[in-house]
Design a protein around this ligand. Sequence first.
Ligand SMILES: [Zn+2]
Length: 227
Amino acid sequence: MRNKYAFFLSLILASTLACACTASGFQDRKAIIMLDPGHGGNDTGVKGPDGSTEKSICFLLAKKISKKLRDNNRILLTREGDHNPDPVQRTAAANRGKADLFVSLHTDGSAPQISGIIRIIHLPPHISQHTDSGIWDEGHRLHREQSIRLANSLAKTMENKNLPQRIRIMEADLFLLKPLTMPAVLVETGNLRSPRDALWLADPDNQNTLAEAIANGIDRFIDSMVH
Ligand SMILES: [Zn+2]
């Protein structure tokens, strides 16, 4: 009888340990979310035909997403104003801040006739080493599966909002994402060089809808990591 008790106890202990190992660490504290509005300062990013800039749209979106998530999470931004931290500073801040996930916000700058596409980009299975970078960290490969899950989650909540854009999940060997030690994606919210996308992105109602879709996607991802 005592042996049987010990057996069940060890089973319970093993399952508890298994949970602790597979869980992401979200359970007993607020998730730390790093939002990365692209560009800033002298680097405007893409300029729209209406004079709008990628740096401003991404910053506005980051602030709106932050507002929707901050009650239940801890939100960090790679920039709080109009300046341009370099990629190393952005990723180092996320790693140092022990962020649980990283979402970088950009717009596309393709030919003006291309419009109506939101891209969610994560790293491919094999990433090249950046030889002049001492910060490159193979550790991100470990988080690739979770990055894909985050991308899928964002795509799902964007689709739920019935946005007029098509949502594409893509792989790219992005320098920005490589040093990160947490699930990470880069979202290109539209082609700012396209008059149609620029008009859509400049509308505060559309910005709110997109911010809500991204915030919901982040929430959904966190839920999926906890349960
Ligand atoms: Zn950009």
